[in-house]
Design a protein around this ligand. Sequence first.
Ligand SMILES: *Cc1c(COP(=O)(O)O)cnc(C)c1O
Length: 401
Amino acid sequence: MTTSDLHERFAASLMPNYGQPRTALTLGRGCEVYDADGRQYLDLIAGIAVSSLGHGHPALVKAVAHQAATLAHSSNLFINEREVELAERLVDLLGGDAKVFFANSGTETNEAALKLVKRAAGPGRHYFVAADEGFHGRTFGALALTGKESIRTPFGPYGMDVRFVPHGDLEALREAVDEHCIAVFTEPTQGEAGIVPAPEGYLAGVREICDDTGAAFVLDEIQSGIGRTGRWFAHQSEDVRPDVITLAKGLGGGLPIGACVGFGRYADVFHKGDHGSTFGGNPVACAAALAVLDTIEEEGLLAHTAVMGDLLAEQIEGIEHPLLEGQRGIGLWRALTLTGPHSAHVQEQAAIRGFLVNAVAPTTIRLAPPLVITPEQIGVFIEALPNILDAAEAAAAEEAT
Ligand SMILES: *Cc1c(COP(=O)(O)O)cnc(C)c1O
């Protein structure tokens, strides 16, 4: 089966909501993946910050295979040991006094958080605050909180009062939040907006505003969590504890799982029957997540991510190219910023040369490689980058004529 065969079959059988992806992947090993035509790529996007251990990591493979052979599913009519173990591990990593609800994706995890804070709020509270350009998921509740207008507005109205403020703007947030606000939803750094950080001290400021008004502070760490920034969780860069955090993406290392964590009084808000998921806490997904957490610890991947992230940033900064404006980000979560809206060309020219990157916005390329990437692999990409940018510029110029 070649890539072009798969293009045809994809177009005939799958809804066109993702357009037509160019590359069909068939195999992954470490940071390398192979397409249906046998071509090799260096994976610098990791399935959107998901494949944190790379592909085919023996610890993940073993944990998943063993659990699938032992007990693949239990439902929530029964306890399974893996979900208890994983919840304990997460609570431990987060510093205690917390409880976990497991879902199967990011958006579902935010839906759980929405119901949780709504349940916890007093009767006088009726609106939410979220950030312009933010992203919280594609289901109705999470979409209503999503600041990116192009994806939110076509599906409204939502029957939810959501007020948007500029990302990272504490003055605007203070203005928007009062004692009628149910919760503030925010990302620490906006992923889908193009790895856009908030100013230092932002999370502490959100905490203060929520404390002053009694609104819940929900931090969406779906993309930033589980080592991506060089810490277990991005908010650990400030001495701040949100009321609720949501996790997904990198947690399962490629298996679908999400976790909504409530701290303090938010740990025990849900009562029997308030929420549920047939697959949530699935033993195979939990076994995968446990393998991810163990491996991050055993292989020292938090420190490695911080060092590799700095190396990547430094090497990008060292490149002079008219199409390259610079870079931003933290850990192995970086944006290349371009001087023109040519990210689609950069993504395509990178793929042609054997590198998978993501054109997250017209002037932004997102890099979120597996946390196990090596200095040599970063070097290979950096060496190829000027040629990729040259080719992208040429393609953009050709398109303009
Ligand atoms: C990806 C993402 C989501 C949605 O996750 P899905 O698994 O695609 O539903 C929500 N919030 C953030 C910050 C994300 O990056």
